[in-house]
Design a protein around this ligand. Structure first.
Ligand code: NDP
Length: 483
């Protein structure tokens, strides 16, 4: 399989190279080997991508929603046909096991293209009767949108931003994370194969400076970022300077509250999904696991037992269920947090070290007896490190769960459904779960409150963030004026 992309960028319907840009090595996280290279976009490449998007957007917006939707759904069908090939690419880009990428990456991109492709024809305005007069509203695209991605879900992020943007009649310039440059290029290629006019979806590579150049360009109407809170603050401020629309999908330190009466195996399963999927590199992870005292030791014992069943190994082997971190840099960040957990007195239940093999593997790690003030309970680690905290009663759990600057997700496990709804009702979080964790179907809004972000991706909500409403007052009679 060809891992080296045809060229670094995809602009105006074709691959484009410019070796003047700084080289970015593509490293396979399972081995640490360089498997390809792209070049960061130069100012000339950024300009070309934005000019192409601006020129293409007007015609794209004039097409009917049905025509736009048909192209998006055709792209979804191509993605499904090529799921295996695209999943192998995603595994090389991120190191995530094929067992995962086959199930959630290209397929969730296809879900988004199908969903927003299906909605495109139904984006209508309103008619508001005012006696003889009336107002009608029109839902219009914003123009050129910029998408900036994190490295954990390169295909999904490119599609979660691109699909609603394009369905609404916008054009997009997408910048993947420099750590995972491969997958968004494939999405751009497939969209064109499905009939997308050239220039409507472009991909440029680069580090933060390229993202900043895109955000600061006056041709750009909207910026959607998936990334960390510090980057979100910078990008939000830069967008605000030119009064641009934003969607910010940022980090989290989400609580997962497990009550004594929970089904133990389901609670352990939820905690595993919410901490170790994608080696813990998921923004919505429930990394502060509050376990009620009566069930705590049974929970820890069952958790350690089930973590023993993790198959850690070659991500391309479909039996592997736990892979490496995305990069050496991320691995070192995670190991630094593990050291802090040990130094600050948390009880290490399992893991806690780098694995002795090639690649960037950190063992699934669980700390118990974690207190709210420990670094591992306060900061986003973005790796396979679960903190278990214990609590006595519901009010205490709710107060401590909310005592964070973040507000992306929250989950509760209990057999008492009244309590489940009461607790979730009090959670300061955007994406919540009852007796489950980390499900993210395209039909459900996704996004955070507080420092975890603004706006929502997916669902009908995303349409509000990629379009704006024009209202038109229509007078049937004469105009009355004071003079
Ligand atoms: P970063 O915030 O480091 O980077 C995100 C993206 O922004 C990258 O493409 C980066 O470029 C780019 N960037 C960096 N600086 C700027 C700038 N000044 N202007 C414009 N763009 C810039 O995040 P990571 O890539 O390390 O991803 C991990 C973070 O993403 C975690 O905090 C995680 O919680 C969050 N995340 C949130 C999700 C959500 O939906 N809420 C989902 C997934 C992740 P480059 O890195 O190439 O230099």
């Amino acid at each position: 399989m060809q891992l080296q992309p045809t060229a670094s960028h995809f602009i105006d319907g074709a691959y484009v190279e410019d070796t003047e840009g700084a080289p970015i090595d593509i490293i396979y996280p399972a081995t640490g080997q360089v498997i390809g290279r792209v070049h960061a976009a130069t100012p000339a490449i950024v300009d070309r991508a934005l000019a192409s998007a601006e020129a293409a957007q007007r015609d794209w917006a004039r097409r009917t929603g049905r025509e736009r939707g048909r192209i998006l759904t055709r792209a979804a069908a191509i993605i499904r046909e090529r799921n295996h090939e695209l999943s192998v690419l995603e595994t090389h880009d991120t190191g995530k096991p094929l067992q995962e990428t086959l199930a959630v990456d290209a397929t969730s991109a296809a879900d988004a293209l199908e969903y927003f492709g299906g909605l495109a024809a139904s984006l209508t305005g309103e008619h508001i009767a005012l006696g003889e007069d009336w107002v009608y509203t029109v839902r219009e695209p914003l123009g050129v949108c910029v998408g900036i991605g994190a490295w954990n879900y390169p295909t999904q992020i490119a599609a979660w931003k691109g699909a609603p943007a394009l369905a609404c009649g916008n054009a997009m310039v997408f910048k993947p994370s420099e750590t995972t440059p491969i997958c968004a290029l494939k999405l751009a290629e497939i969209l064109v194969e499905a009939g997308l006019p050239k220039g409507v979806y472009n991909v440029v590579q680069g580090m933060g400076e390229v993202g900043a150049a895109l955000v600061g360009d006056p041709r750009v109407a909207k910026v959607s970022l998936t990334g960390s809170v510090p980057t979100g603050r910078k990008v939000y401020a830069a967008a605000a300077a030119q009064m641009k629309h934003v969607t910010m999908e940022l980090g989290g330190k989400s609580p997962l509250i497990i009550f004594d009466d929970a089904d133990l195996d389901n609670a352990v399963g939820g905690a595993i999904n919410g901490n170790f999927y994608s080696s813990g590199q998921v923004c919505s992870n429930g990394t502060r696991v509050f376990v009620q005292k009566g069930i705590k030791e049974a929970f820890l014992a069952r958790l350690a037992e089930r973590l023993g069943d993790a198959v850690i190994g070659d991500p391309l082997d479909e039996a592997t269920s736990f892979g490496p971190m995305v990069s050496a840099a991320q691995m070192n960040i995670v190991l630094g947090y593990v050291d802090k957990g040990k130094a600050e007195g948390a009880r290490l239940i399992c893991g806690g070290q780098r694995l002795a093999r090639d690649g960037f593997y950190v063992a699934p790690t669980v700390f118990a007896d974690v207190s709210d003030d420990m670094t591992i309970a306060r900061e986003e680690i973005f790796g396979p490190v679960m903190s278990v905290l214990d609590f006595e009663d519901e009010a205490e759990a709710v107060a401590r769960a909310n005592a964070t600057e973040f507000g992306l997700s929250a989950g509760v496990f209990t057999r008492d459904l009244s309590r489940a709804h009461r607790v979730i009702g009090q959670m300061q979080a955007g994406s919540c779960f009852i007796n489950s964790y980390n499900d993210a179907p395209v039909e459900a809004p996704f996004g955070g409150v507080k420092a975890s972000g603004v706006g929502r991706e997916n669902s009908k909500e995303a349409i509000q963030h990629y379009s704006q409403v024009k209202s038109v007052y229509v007078r049937m009679g004469d105009v009355e004026a004071p003079f």
